[in-house]
Design a binder for this molecule. Structure first.
Ligand code: FE2
Ligand code: FE2
Length: 310
């Protein structure tokens, strides 16, 4: 689509943004992050006369620690996400009000995950801080996505983040962490609904271009945490642990959105829209097959490690 076409979609969605911002504000609860942190577990570190951090102080399993670090550092990169959204959606009207509100809500996620990790001594605070600096210095670059593509990407990303937080909370095996991550996941769910509704409206406004954007974004999706040091290795560990893997991504993130958008029921697509829909069907089929192979390999590996232990 030419730049003028993207601008027209952006302008056409303005009223939908205003309407959905209002809906969002009516159902978003102003919850208090400090209420979710077990402050009485905390104590000073070395510089204030306390004990330095050491691994045995953490009650988290190594994989829960990794999942929390990745989720936290991903949230930490908020300045970059904000800049990308302002560049994509502009600085005016309802878009601006949404982006600022969204940023304010996202800001509490990193702060309360960090508070939880620090007071419970869940992870090495020095490494975490070094990784935070590295993550923010790398920044996040969406590759200059046009607004329509950004709305599809953020729908997928918010839902992926919701699932990743919820499952990371379970992995902690601590009811306090579980409650904290369930609360954060509720925010991500509302964010997902906002963008999901914009994409639904875009399908009415520009169906052929929107199906193309969905096919391209589903096919090329990458989590926003790629700037986190060691992301690929950590994401593989998280997948092996079943916290966030290809099967979850396909079944719990991609499919619910594709179904909600009713891509395979839309009538009246032109040749390009139809081609985009066929591409999407092929991408979904390939992702499903990759997910099945991944799960089979994981089960095989778990079976052989069980056999080696017995
Ligand atoms: Fe978040
Ligand atoms: Fe979010």
């Amino acid at each position: 689509m030419a730049t003028s076409g993207h601008r027209a979609v952006l302008a056409g969605l303005e009223a939908v943004v205003a309407e959905n911002l209002e809906r969002h504000l009516a159902c978003a609860e102003d919850w208090m992050p400090h209420e979710y942190v077990p402050w009485s577990d905390g104590r000073n570190f070395a510089r204030l006369g306390g004990e330095p951090w050491s691994a045995e102080q953490s009650k988290l399993s190594p994989i829960a620690r990794t999942a929390l670090e990745v989720n936290l550092l991903t949230e930490d990169n908020l300045p970059s996400y904000h800049a990308e959204l302002v560049r994509t959606f502009g600085r005016d009207g309802a878009w601006r009000a949404w982006v600022n509100r969204w940023t304010a809500e996202e800001g509490r996620h990193a702060s309360c995950i960090r508070d939880y990790l620090l007071v419970t001594r869940g992870t090495d605070p020095e490494r975490l801080e070094r990784d935070r600096l590295a993550t923010l210095q790398a920044g996040f670059d969406s590759g200059g996505k046009p607004p329509l593509y950004a709305c599809v990407y953020t729908s997928l990303q918010e839902l992926a983040t919701r699932v990743a937080h919820r499952n990371a909370g379970f992995a902690c095996e601590d009811p306090v962490a579980e409650r904290l991550f369930a609360r954060i996941a509720m925010d991500e769910n509302l964010h997902m609904i906002f963008y999901r509704n914009l994409v639904k409206a875009a399908l009415e406004l520009a169906p052929n271009q929107t199906v193309r954007a969905i096919a391209d974004e589903v096919g090329g999706f990458a989590m926003p945490g790629t700037a986190v040091p060691g992301f690929a290795r950590k994401a593989a560990q998280i997948a092996r642990a079943g916290i966030y893997d290809l099967r979850i991504h396909h079944d719990d993130v991609i499919l619910p959105l594709v179904r909600y958008w009713q891509i395979f029921e839309i009538e009246g697509l032109d040749a390009q829209g139809e081609k985009a829909r066929q591409d999407l069907a092929a991408i979904l089929g390939a992702q499903d097959a990759r997910a099945a192979r991944f799960v089979a390999r994981r089960e095989e590996a778990q079976g052989s490690s069980r056999a080696a232990r017995s």
